[in-house]
Ligand binder design. Sequence first.
Ligand SMILES: [Zn+2]
Length: 299
Amino acid sequence: METKKAHIIEKLGKNPSKKMIILGGMHGNEINGIEAIEEVLPRLKEIFDENNGEIWFLRGNEPALKAGERFVEKDLNRLWLDEHIYNKEDDSIADFKSLRVLHDLIINDICQGLFENCYFLDLHTFSAPSGIFAIPAANDKSLEFARSFGVPFIERLSDSLPGTALSYFGRKGMTSVVFEGGTHYSPEATRNLVAGIWHALAQAGFIDEKLQEVKQSRKLLIDISKDLPHHLELTYRHKLDDYQNFKMNPGFYNFKPVKKSDNLAVQNKEIILSPDSGFMLMPLYQKKGSDGFFIVKEK
Ligand SMILES: [Zn+2]
């Protein structure tokens, strides 16, 4: 029986006036987020002033994390819609169960209906060989929070992906950002996610900006982003209903420039051409996924 407790890695702090939720493993194969949380925790416990808010570190898709799979039957990060949250009929599907337990934990136990002072940082990695970026929910606070990381950030992506936790909590009024740290299982991804956590905690006022960890983290994020475009927006999403019949051509990576009509992938034996020029984002190089790739443009 999956419980709320199974999703809580650690809770720090005793002042409920503001809350930070940092979640790893929304996708069960993305263990770098959990590793990053475990790396930050010992030092954070030493320096965090308990009167400075509450910080909650959570695990995402618990059964998928145990299985080492992106999801069990359904992508948990496409299920954050009322029709799934409040439909009790299919608790036999493990990902739906995780959704409802996490939803109850975050909405009722952690935020207690007070979303204005709640931050949500969702740690992810991807299957492409390089890149780093942030995705804000579609509200101004989230946009400014995403911009503050110093890495590329992408507008209009949150709106175009129905059922992400990002957009769900953003619509509740939370400051909500996805941080994509790097390639699945790479040491760089964990290092980058660690930096993202330190930056976020300082930016939101939970810890002192003058801490060495914060300064080093900010320098790292700016350094690794210096040759990447900074402010982007989504122009195209290649949604997949059946990921098994999709194969991305080799050689793509995040922010690789593409031109209109470039040959990108094969789907059901048909060649997929780029509908537009721009930059490639999140080309799919893993066996499970809801999207083949995205095209983004500089804003
Ligand atoms: Zn993910």
